[in-house]
Design a binder for this molecule. Structure first.
Ligand SMILES: *[C@@H]1O[C@H](CO)[C@@H](O)[C@H](O)[C@H]1NC(C)=O
Ligand SMILES: *[C@@H]1O[C@H](CO)[C@@H](O)[C@H](O)[C@H]1NC(C)=O
Ligand SMILES: *[C@@H]1O[C@H](CO)[C@@H](O)[C@H](O)[C@H]1NC(C)=O
Ligand SMILES: *[C@@H]1O[C@H](CO)[C@@H](O)[C@H](O)[C@H]1NC(C)=O
Ligand SMILES: *[C@@H]1O[C@H](CO)[C@@H](O)[C@H](O)[C@H]1NC(C)=O
Ligand SMILES: *[C@@H]1O[C@H](CO)[C@@H](O)[C@H](O)[C@H]1NC(C)=O
Ligand SMILES: *[C@@H]1O[C@H](CO)[C@@H](O)[C@H](O)[C@H]1NC(C)=O
Ligand SMILES: *[C@@H]1O[C@H](CO)[C@@H](O)[C@H](O)[C@H]1NC(C)=O
Length: 500
């Protein structure tokens, strides 16, 4: 019966074809969804009049959102459009190691303060950070390094428009953006986050044997921040030609931070104070989380949490913080009049990840200490770079934990509190920025102190508690290996590449 055979073969082929099509559609739909959710550029035109009024007119240019040219077809837009093109552009930038404005502000010296800003996609906040940096005294003697894990022409144009100091851009080359369907991005053959171990083994998915300590499989977007932080630090201290003999401080900021105008003055003052009172203080810190003050208002909550393990406490605190942010959106600024005063206070205490990770600085000597223990950072099952650093700090053979000297009156603020919920009517960037602006205005007479009083504290019990387990999210051996690989790249000379 050859006809029947033929018919059934055709039927099977048609079914197979339809099945493949379905798979294709499902795959593209899910990838598209994830991609968009994770990588949406946040570039809103919502700066209120109130905020604008307190920004010097010559800096308004950094806040101006240029409307997208809708009339032009997408193929006519300038700049790279597909992954291949973006990869090439990134490589070019990284090879060239261009430092803009060196001709105006002089070459990078060994003691030039480097301000490293980790940038993702929150352009609205980055605009305000740049405005705050522009107003800082002595900013023209620093080098700003913007480290990007998302390539976007609007972000690049903004950064390139900075004219008040030396500027460099570096691009994290292992980003999800340029590896959308493969590690370190999302490989379709990777195990789903919530797959059970036996299930994963049956599926034969890539990382079946390596869930994290909570039994979850890797999520690319959560690992990216730690990778990027580590890559950036390696790039700056170990790889750039211009930092070969660098002995100065590197300050770590993020795109949604905001600095006070005297933050560089405070850095020098902290350093000088440390040299006198605490030569072993490795880390300087300019920021304090505002919300940390709020915790202490609520004694009951803390008591309740005493029965929880350390990790559970941190988790509960994070949960609580998120809940409160969404509910109230009001910051408790009343504490500040006591913090900024004629005799400014600094504190010397063991460094703690979640307390002292904002606007902190250290130098090459300290970095070398970190590099010597890089395994403690890369192999620790925690997707947070700051907790990984805390783990390293707590496991230094024959050495104390890192010590930090910090100013009690913050010089760096976190303005990105409500970032991903920015569409909520009661939470926009302007609301928070306006508060920080006013706070700094009120504290103006206390800026640029000439001396400070230092108190040495042992840190709370919570700070000194040894981390037993990580927060997870870093069980995949590929992540640990990529992290270790980043430390193996040596110093690279500038290549003179031709930009078209
Ligand atoms: C952004 O705001 C400015 C001034 O408020 C306005 O001139 C401009 O057209 C706005 N741009 C967009 C894209 O809405
Ligand atoms: C928008 O695109 C069109 C067509 O390519 C071009 O003629 C026009 O100058 C563009 N406008 C702006 C503001 O870039
Ligand atoms: C944009 O593309 C469409 C077809 O894809 C074409 O008809 C149209 O002329 C193009 N517009 C411009 C401004 O080039
Ligand atoms: C990416 O775009 C460029 C043109 O800008 C084109 O030459 C290249 O073939 C494209 N690559 C892919 C993989 O689509
Ligand atoms: C910076 O340090 C390096 C290595 O110590 C040294 O060779 C170089 O001359 C120094 N550069 C300047 C400008 O002092
Ligand atoms: C870096 O800082 C440490 C203190 O944390 C200090 O002991 C060391 O001398 C500094 N290194 C350089 C090269 O200035
Ligand atoms: C953001 O908040 C400010 C002040 O609180 C308000 O003036 C402005 O209209 C708000 N913007 C949006 C887009 O909600
Ligand atoms: C790490 O480097 C080795 C040697 O270059 C390479 O074979 C391996 O694929 C790299 N691993 C990752 C995760 O990038």
């Amino acid at each position: 019966m050859p006809r029947l055979k033929y018919a059934s073969v055709v039927r099977v082929l048609v079914i197979l074809g339809l099945f493949c099509l379905w798979i294709q559609i499902m795959l593209s739909a899910s990838n598209g969804g994830i991609y968009r959710e994770a990588e949406e550029l946040m570039n809103a035109n919502e700066t209120s009049e109130q905020v604008l009024a307190l920004v010097p007119p010559e800096l308004h240019k950094y806040l101006t959102v240029h409307p997208k040219n809708i009339s032009a077809n997408s193929t006519e837009k300038v700049g790279p459009k597909n992954v291949t093109d973006i990869r090439k552009a990134i490589e070019k930038y990284n090879d060239a190691q261009i430092i803009h404005n060196e001709d105006i502000f002089g070459p990078v010296q060994n003691d030039t303060i480097i301000i490293a800003v980790q940038v993702h996609t929150r352009l609205t906040y980055l605009r305000h950070l740049i405005v705050s940096l522009a107003q800082a005294r002595d900013i023209d003697r620093t080098l700003l390094i913007f480290s990007h894990d998302y390539y976007d022409e609007e972000i690049n144009n903004l950064v390139k428009s900075i004219d008040f100091t030396k500027v460099m851009q570096i691009f994290y080359p292992y980003s999800i953006q340029v590896h959308p369907h493969e590690f370190p991005g999302i490989d379709p053959k990777d195990c789903p986050r919530d797959a059970k171990f036996e299930q994963a083994i049956k599926l034969k998915c890539n990382n079946a044997l390596h869930p994290d300590l909570h039994g979850h499989y890797r999520e690319a977007k959560y690992t990216q921040t730690k990778h990027h932080w580590w890559w950036k630090a390696n790039r700056i201290f170990n790889q750039l030609q211009s930092t070969a003999g660098h002995t100065g401080m590197v300050v770590f900021l993020e795109e949604d931070h905001y600095v006070a105008e005297d933050f560089i003055h405070m850095l020098h003052l902290l350093r000088a104070t440390a040299d006198r009172s605490c030569p072993q203080c490795e880390i300087l810190s300019l920021g304090t989380y505002l919300k940390t003050y709020q915790y202490h208002v609520n004694g009951d909550k803390r008591k309740k949490q005493l029965t929880l393990s350390y990790i559970q406490q941190v988790k509960a605190a994070n949960e609580e913080r998120r809940r409160r942010q969404q509910e109230t959106q009001t910051w408790n600024f009343q504490v500040y009049p006591n913090i900024y005063s004629n005799t400014q206070k600094v504190e010397i205490t063991p460094w703690h990840s979640s307390m002292h990770n904002m606007g902190f600085a250290f130098n090459k000597t300290v970095w070398n200490d970190i590099m010597a223990l890089q395994k403690q950072f890369c192999a620790y099952d925690d997707y947070n770079w700051d907790y990984s650093l805390l783990h390293l700090s707590q496991n230094r053979p024959n050495r104390d934990k890192f010590k930090v000297i910090l100013c009690k009156g913050p010089r760096v603020f976190h303005i990105g509190e409500c970032g991903f919920h920015h569409k909520k009517s009661n939470c926009n960037a302007s609301t928070v920025i306006s508060k920080v602006q006013k706070l700094l205005q009120n504290a103006k007479s206390y800026m640029y102190p000439t001396r400070v009083t230092a108190t040495i504290t042992a840190g709370g019990a919570k700070h000194n508690k040894k981390l037993v387990k990580g927060n997870g999210g870093w069980g995949d051996l590929r992540d640990q290996e990529l992290c270790a690989n980043m430390t193996k790249i040596g110093r690279q000379n500038r290549k003179y590449v031709f930009f078209t």
